[in-house]
Structures are given as C-alpha cells and as structure tokens.
Ligand binder design. Structure first.
Ligand code: AMP
Length: 141
C-alpha cells in the first residue's frame, strides 16, 4: 500500500486550501457534501487525522468517523425525508477508492429510487449549497 499523500484533495479541504459544502465539524471529523452525489444529500465524512483508508486508520479515528456518520444519517433522514441510508467506504483502487484520504459516504435513499452511478454528474453549486444548509440545520436542531 502506498504512503498517505498529504496533497490529496480531501487533505486540501481540511487545510482550507479548497472550499467544500460543509455540513458538520468536530475536533476529529469533518463532513461535507459530495459534489457528484449519488442521491440528494450524499455526504462524505472524513477524519482530521491523516489516514489513507480502512487499512491504516487508527481505531479511535475510525470510531469518530462512524459516530459522525451516524449523526449525519439521522439528520439526513429528517432533512430529506429519506426512507433509508446507504453507507459506503472504499479502500485502495481495487476496492473502488479514488481519493486517498479515508471517507465514509452517507447516502440518503428513497424507496424504489436507485443510486446514480458513482462520480457521474456534477451537481449544480446552488443545489449543493441549499442541501448543505438544510442538512446543517437538521444537525443543529
Ligand atoms: P471514492 O474514493 O471512490 O469514494 O470517490 C471519491 C468521492 O469523492 C466521489 O464520490 C467524488 O464525487 C467525491 N469528490 C471528489 N472531489 C470532491 C470534492 N472536491 N468535494 C466533494 N466531493 C468530492
């Protein structure tokens, strides 16, 4: 497995070098919207600590990511009227990973609605901003 690359795009988001549609942050994790959502409200949860994927993350950092993913799931169900939630996590190219800073996908789902293909359609920035605000409000409430 390759070493962690501090120049990956999520590391740049963590350092504030590129923007994101943030929905939640605590001392160990950051959550922001996926810009090519597989469903409305598709959120990524990442650890602040450097970790490439499931194969090198410290257990406490992974626990923090899962705690945040649960918060996002509960809030997203309310914010988007979801019937269910899909969690995805990909590790290494063979596992489908494209960005090499660990992330958990939290994807709100509706009965009978299939997910769009991964990383297929870049969402409108105004739609992402509105969805981020809606989710952040549900998290705050
Ligand atoms: P994967 O590593 O296979 O889980 O895929 C990376 C995910 O990150 C894809 O769903 C992309 O749409 C998403 N993504 C890539 N760049 C950004 C970005 N700058 N902001 C938010 N999501 C991103």
């Amino acid at each position: 497995m390759s070493a962690y690359d501090p120049n990956n795009i999520f590391a740049k988001i963590l350092r504030g070098e590129i923007p994101c549609f943030k929905v939640y942050e605590d001392d160990k994790t950051l959550a922001f919207l996926d810009i090519m959502p597989r469903a409305t409200g598709h959120t990524l949860v990442i650890p602040k600590a450097p970790a490439r994927n499931i194969l090198d993350i410290e257990a406490e950092d992974l626990a923090a990511v899962i705690r945040t993913a649960r918060k996002i799931a509960v809030a997203a169900k309310a914010a988007f009227g979801a019937d269910g939630i899909t969690l995805n996590q990909y590790s290494e190219p063979a596992g489908g990973q494209e960005v090499f800073h660990l992330h958990v996908h939290v994807i709100p789902r509706h009965d009978g609605v299939p997910m769009k293909p991964a990383a297929s359609i870049r969402e409108d920035m105004g739609v992402l901003k509105a969805n981020a605000d809606k989710l952040a409000a549900a998290l705050a409430g």
